[in-house]
Design a protein around this ligand. Structure first.
Ligand SMILES: C[C@@](CO)(OP(=O)(O)O)[C@H](O)COP(=O)(O)OP(=O)(O)OC[C@H]1O[C@@H](n2ccc(N)nc2=O)[C@H](O)[C@@H]1O
Ligand SMILES: Nc1ncnc2c1ncn2[C@@H]1O[C@H](COP(=O)(O)OP(=O)(O)O)[C@@H](O)[C@H]1O
Length: 281
């Protein structure tokens, strides 16, 4: 096989508790990663020479910094021999810096797709650890299950969540994960909870209050969405906010009423990502 086309799904953090900070500065957290059936589309086609190309490039991200290229370079370095080149095509739908994991999911999809196309046959555990070195959010996309996560997001327990439809609003601003995690006002001492104790009612997103204060666009989006759903909340370190609905139609009816400055999308909850089938045990 010389060509693969794959969905790089988005995720939501149904809740996000920050329970401490490690000596290296990274934060210990508890979260429930919900995969969605909506994301970027990536295609990979082997070339006769050894070049790696990306079309289109992201205007805001230099080529070698793009997580897609960084993931490809990691595999090239460990192959120990020259590999065929690859043309990568990216159809980007996910807003960047939205807390829905677009860059992380792109990287995970690239690691898994090229492991397959380049016939490296690296096992799942190796891919997970290579992914974790590129970003805290990458392992969940490699493992491919909606999952409860602890540590910095790498200790994953697949978890069944209710089937539902999510309305995700994308406020017109970019929130930097690093900025939020280094802010002095961030809540960092939430008491750990047990998996079984999770219910959306007894949980929160510890970054939400701070991000709402720093970014009025996020605050406004949440105020608007809470008119339709008391469970509306922010995902990750923002900027996106979301609410769940029992049917696609209910979600569509709310999105149709959004003011012009608020765009968004509707996605169905996904228990497992299509990538899973390509990850060797
Ligand atoms: C907190 C989450 C929840 O999903 O936020 P979002 O990025 O999705 O909004 C993620 O785990 C983020 O993962 P990711 O976006 O991959 O983070 P990284 O690139 O590894 O780190 C970005 C920055 O955030 C800080 N960081 C990240 C994760 C973590 N558990 N503690 C941290 O302190 C690091 O200091 C780093 O400077
Ligand atoms: N392929 C990529 N897609 C999106 N962002 C990328 C990519 N490669 C690198 N990045 C960088 O990663 C940052 C975080 O992107 P993203 O994963 O979309 O947001 P978040 O971590 O908030 O969910 C972006 O602002 C961008 O600078």
């Amino acid at each position: 096989m010389s060509r693969l086309q794959l969905l790089a799904p988005a995720k939501l953090n149904l809740f996000l508790h920050i329970t401490g900070q490690r000596a290296d500065g990274y934060h210990e957290l508890q979260t429930l990663f919900q995969l969605l059936d909506y994301g970027d589309q990536l295609s990979f086609e082997l070339r006769d020479d050894s070049q790696v190309t990306l079309t289109p490039e992201l205007a805001a991200v230099p080529f070698e910094d793009n997580l897609i290229i960084r993931a490809a370079r990691v595999l090239q370095r460990i192959a120990g021999h020259s590999l065929p080149g690859v043309d990568i095509t990216l159809s980007k739908r996910l807003p960047m810096g939205g807390g829905i994991g677009g860059g992380s999911s792109n990287a995970a999809t690239t690691l898994v797709a090229l492991n397959h196309l380049w016939q490296l046959n690296l096992p799942k555990q190796r891919l997970l650890s290579l992914g974790a070195q590129l970003g805290a959010d990458i392992p969940v996309f490699i493992a491919g299950d909606t999952a409860w996560a602890e540590g910095v997001g790498e200790r994953l327990t697949p978890t069944k969540t209710p089937d539902c439809w999510y309305l995700v609003l994308t406020p017109p601003c970019h929130v930097s994960t690093a900025e939020i995690f280094s802010h002095k006002d961030l809540t960092r001492d939430t008491r750990p909870i047990k998996v079984a104790a999770f219910s959306q009612g007894g949980s929160q997103n510890d970054c939400e209050a701070l991000v709402r204060k720093l970014h009025p666009e996020v605050d406004n989006a949440l105020i608007w969405l809470k008119n339709f759903s008391t469970s509306a909340r922010m995902t990750g370190t923002g900027a996106c906010v979301f609410a769940s609905f029992n049917s696609e139609r209910d979600a569509e009816q709310v999105l149709a009423q959004a003011p012009p400055q608020l765009s968004g999308f509707i996605a169905k909850s996904l228990q497992a990502s299509p990538l899973k089938a390509l990850v060797p045990d």
